[in-house]
Ligand binder design. Structure first.
Ligand code: WT7
Length: 662
């Protein structure tokens, strides 16, 4: 990282703590440190503050129903609609002409939706969905790239009480089919294609292949025409409808938002776990929306006058909570960008920050490390002085990358919030509040007010400051997942069993385990050390090693495979695949290509192995378990730990030579 290194003077390299400026504090949404004590003393009543940020048709009876842990219920009996809260109320409150979504395509074309425009389109599409037969509680799958029709479709679903299940556009046809099957989803919204690094991509081909793998009947598919004349000329199938034609048919129509119970499902989001089958994380209307709104206000400091930009993809939870639901609920302007940060040049994002005068920017450490590598000459060409606050999410950020971001993007004037959370938590859990707390690069910060996070050992006892342990959350919070779709048992196994007394109905005996390692400092700041399960974090995206292994084993000629994460300069972690073939060959380019393609077909290009290492054997213990730790050490070029318990220690050196010697 030569570039980045040279660009930080000694002063910054050494500084360990940073304070927000007085100017920032003076305008911050939250700046009174008393909030921490207030939330603690008045827990769970403190969370009324989040519910009060929403409009309800009828009020809730109870803030938290914890009578049947871990099946917690929040704001019980309350009725609301997420689409009403993200759209209608702003139209009614005099903000109809405020910009809701600023969209920019990869080629620079732009679209602007005011709240009034959004209201019209969401209503028209909601009406189209009803006409296609979508009923309340039918799950609608959205398989789309970063185009405005995606948030419009999400809000249209929310309006009629149909939960959405967004499948990341970069996922493969197989991944789409798996998710539609798991959710029994009979409706799909997709598009013909989109642009990536200048070229049109054929998305409908993938979507159609996915549909062919759906085991139940599919009622209808809606296809957005994104590419126009650049399209691939697919004819629509019998039950496929053109988005534009549907919108024309339903022009001007209005659909009353459905009154949803606070605990009714708002959406499902599939995420990778330890086993091959992705987990369908269920989020609800009341608690999730309240939490996304409250955290957008408190941590991201969003005000409706702001132009706010989160550069994530809506296909991940970050985009759900902090491009769509949180920001739109607050009535701000949210920016959406279709393309990559280096097309047509490496200043693309800085150009947009200058052009739209962006106030708040939220991105991922992997992106920051790429910017660093590209060099500060790119941001330097642009006026970034509109920025007031910056954030990161998705993986640990190394202090150097934090400081580079702070200096070269924020001009040493913007606080940086390093926000730890997960698909399952719905919103941020550990982060500094930017108007209150000092920042310590590399450490996410203290738990947010009302969040009880502790670092424990394998027995569940709190560990001393400075020592590594396991992160746990000891009390429920409004944005938490309610279960895994159709699988309460797995919900308990995955997140609770480890540290809870599962026979107890006392909520104090239930502890949430996010499967991350962490340590805590004397001042209560938490540093996240990374996943402790078989999940690797590639560019902030969670991938299950088992999913990748099963894709590789499915390739003809492969006998066995072990996948581990190895360190990567930009991606954080990269996929290393160790493969034994049926014929025992130790080099085979043709098979390597088929393995890479097999992974891309099963999951998507993000899971593509960085290296495929053919080996006659895998290091195994005497009981036959693969020693993954050793494979990780080999991938990282680290000194190897103990190999004496291996059945086949001689293989280690052979594999090591292949990884490093090439
Ligand atoms: C995992 C969750 C939350 C949206 C993006 C990822 C890691 C997330 C941080 C952070 C260190 C982080 C954890 C977590 N992670 N944020 N600020 N510092 N690690 O959502 O795909 O559900 O992944 O990402 O390991 O468990 P996700």
């Amino acid at each position: 990282m030569a570039d980045g290194d040279g660009e930080l003077e000694a002063r910054l390299v050494e500084q360990e703590e940073f304070e927000p400026s007085e100017e920032f504090v003076a305008q911050a949404n939250v700046s009174d440190p008393a909030i921490y004590d207030e939330f603690e003393e008045n827990w769970p009543g403190c969370w009324e503050q989040s519910a009060e940020m929403l409009d309800w048709y009828s009020g809730y009876n109870e803030v938290l129903d914890d009578s049947n842990p871990p099946f917690y219920k929040w704001f019980t009996g309350g009725k609301l609609n997420a689409s009403y809260n993200c759209v209608d109320r702003h139209v009614e409150n005099g903000d109809k002409n405020r910009v809701a979504i600023k969209w920019e395509g990869e080629h620079g074309e732009t679209r602007t939706y005011t709240y009034q425009d959004l209201y019209r389109e969401v209503n028209e599409f909601a009406s189209a969905l009803l006409d296609l037969g979508v009923g309340e509680d039918d799950i609608v799958t959205l398989y789309m790239p970063m185009i405005p029709e995606l948030p419009i479709a999400m809000l249209a679903c929310a309006r009629i009480g149909a939960p959405h299940s967004v499948v990341f556009g970069g996922f493969s046809a197989d991944a789409l089919a798996t998710r539609m099957n798991a959710a029994d989803s009979e409706y799909l919204v997709t598009c013909d294609g989109y642009y990536r690094r200048g070229d049109p991509l054929d998305h409908l081909k993938k979507a159609n292949e996915g549909l062919d793998g759906v085991e139940h009947g599919v009622e209808a598919t809606v296809v957005v025409d994104r590419l126009g004349d650049d399209g691939f000329g697919h004819d629509l199938r019998g039950n496929q409808h053109d988005w534009g034609e549907l919108m024309d048919e339903h022009a001007g129509e209005r659909v009353e938002p459905v009154e949803r119970d606070a605990e009714d499902m708002l959406f499902l989001m599939y995420t990778s776990g330890t086993t091959g089958q992705p987990k369908g994380v269920k989020h609800t209307t009341g608690g999730y929306l309240a939490y996304a709104t409250w955290s957008s206000h408190s941590v991201l400091d969003i005000k409706k006058e702001d132009t706010y930009w989160c550069s994530a993809d809506i296909g991940w939870i970050t985009g759900h909570s902090y491009i769509v639901y949180g920001p739109l609920s607050l009535g701000t302007t949210t920016v959406m960008y279709e393309g990559t940060p280096d097309f047509p040049n490496r200043a693309r994002l800085w150009e947009m920050i200058e052009k739209y005068s962006v106030d708040i920017f939220y991105t991922a450490p992997t992106a920051i490390r790429a910017f660093m590598k590209w060099g500060s000459q790119h941001p330097e060409k642009h006026d970034l002085s509109s920025l007031r606050l910056m954030g990161t999410v998705g993986e640990p950020i190394n202090p150097r990358a934090w400081k580079w971001y702070y200096k070269h993007i924020g001009g040493e004037e913007c606080p940086v919030v390093d926000t730890w959370w997960q698909t399952e938590t719905g919103g941020m859990m550990i982060s500094t509040l930017p108007g209150i707390k000092k920042m310590k690069p590399g450490s996410a910060g203290p738990p947010l007010p009302g969040i009880d996070a502790q670092i424990v050992d394998t027995k569940g006892e709190q560990v001393d400051a400075g020592r590594a342990g396991y992160l746990t959350v000891q009390k429920p919070w409004p944005g938490m997942l309610r279960t895994l779709y159709n699988n309460d048992e797995r919900f308990i196994e995955e997140y609770w069993q480890e540290y809870s007394d599962t026979d107890s109905d006392d909520p104090d005996d239930w502890v949430y385990f996010p499967e991350d390692g962490a340590k805590i400092d004397d001042d209560g700041y938490i540093t996240i050390l990374g996943r402790v399960d078989d999940v690797i974090n590639v560019s902030g995206h969670r991938l299950g090693t088992m999913e990748i292994e099963s894709a590789i084993v499915g390739v003809e000629g492969v006998a066995e495979a072990a996948v581990v994460g190895g360190d990567h300069e930009v991606k954080g972690e990269a996929v290393y695949a160790y493969v034994i073939t049926e014929e025992g060959q130790t080099e085979d380019d043709e098979m390597r290509d088929r393995i890479v393609k097999g992974v891309e077909d099963a999951i998507g290009p993000i899971a593509r192995p960085e290296q495929v290492i053919f080996t006659p054997e895998l290091p195994k213990t005497r009981s036959g378990k693969i020693m993954r730790r050793l494979l990780e050490e080999i991938a990282n070029g680290e000194e190897l730990g103990d190999t004496t318990t291996l059945r086949n220690p001689e293989i280690v050196e052979e594999i090591q030579l292949k990884v490093t010697g090439e």
